[in-house]
Write a protein that binds this ligand. Structure first.
Ligand code: RIB
Ligand code: CA
Length: 312
């Protein structure tokens, strides 16, 4: 079976970590490169956190350092859910001989996309700063990267940072606006679908009882968020970032619609809102996005459990 070559750009991050472990475990995918962006935590943490996953998984995927700050905004991180170290305050060791690559994320992504002649799939699970920098430096990037799958935004759900904006878009609205206007087709896994894909406390207990390194780490790194979210009355912790990964391999687990989607960057109340024409009379000029709206939770969560448990 021909594997799909992928590049993941992450603000690692607890659910980013689960997404990377899932991508590693899915035999349909081949991780070609990983890059880190500031978001859940500063770049000074998301970069080593991504390296730390190589040691947990027993891999040596190349990891490239990305942006230290959003394009214009001041960085706002998310310690409440991801802890002070970005991994739920779980200590994961660095690789014994970590390879710190000089090449920056946007340069490495462009060169790799060119080398794969349009076959590479980009999955972005954090703010889109690195992608926007790559588009600015290499305007022909969409020729080599016709599609990007993101966790970000929302259609009808509203926001999780402000009433209007989801974190990844809110953190760098200018970057997101550039991506949606770039000519790349965007598969948008927003809160409408990602909030359906949650682990319950029982799911995490089951993973821990399984005794695998991946299962134990998943339980440990999500415990802080699980406590906070269940106290709010939510049923569990959404695995937001695994949605674009699983969608790439099993679109049949999901329901999606084509739409025009653009990002508000000037609103005093709506800044960072992804505006879609899914439900409006007036339509945007083109259907630049596939907006993912529903998922089969049993199939989705079952696949995540199986995937992270493969990491012994
Ligand atoms: O809104 C959810 C997103 O914000 C996820 O990517 C999570 O990792 C955080 O970055
Ligand atoms: Ca993320």
């Amino acid at each position: 079976m021909k594997k799909i070559p992928i590049w993941m750009d992450c603000d690692t991050g607890t659910d980013d970590a689960v997404a990377i472990m899932t991508a590693h475990a899915l035999e349909e995918l081949e991780i070609i490169g990983l890059s880190s962006v500031c978001g859940n935590a500063p770049q000074a943490l998301t970069y080593p956190n991504t390296l730390r996953l190589n040691r947990l998984m027993g891999t040596d995927y190349p990891v490239y350092r990305g942006a230290e700050a959003p394009l214009l905004k001041k960085l706002e991180t998310a310690e409440t859910f991801h802890g002070k170290n970005g991994l739920g305050d779980v200590e994961l060791p660095l690789p014994e001989n970590p390879v710190y690559r000089e090449e920056r994320a946007w340069d490495a992504l462009y060169e790799t996309a060119k080398a794969y002649k349009g076959e590479l799939k980009l999955i972005a699970t954090g703010p889109l700063t690195n992608i926007a920098i790559a588009l600015g430096k290499y305007p022909d990037l969409p020729e080599y990267l016709p599609e990007i799958l993101i966790m970000g935004g929302s259609a009808a759900f509203g926001g999780n940072v402000t009433p209007a904006a989801e974190f990844n878009i809110y953190a760098d609205p200018e970057a997101a606006a550039a991506v949606f206007k770039s000519g790349m087709h965007v598969v948008m896994c927003g809160l409408d679908v990602t909030m359906q894909g949650y682990f319950t406390p029982e799911d995490l207990d089951e993973l821990e009882a399984g005794g695998t390194a991946g299962g134990r780490f998943t339980k440990a790194c999500l415990s802080k968020a699980m406590k906070a979210l269940t106290q709010f009355g939510l049923p569990g912790v959404a695995m937001h970032d695994s949605c674009p990964v699983v969608y790439l391999v099993h679109p049949e687990y999901f329901e999606a619609e084509e739409a025009g989607v653009y990002v508000e960057t000037r609103g005093s109340i709506t800044n960072g809102k992804t505006v879609t024409d899914l439900y409006s009379d007036k339509q945007f000029d083109k259907k630049n996005a596939t907006v993912v709206l529903k998922l089969d939770r049993d199939k989705f969560i079952g696949l995540l459990k199986k995937s992270v448990s493969k990491i012994k």
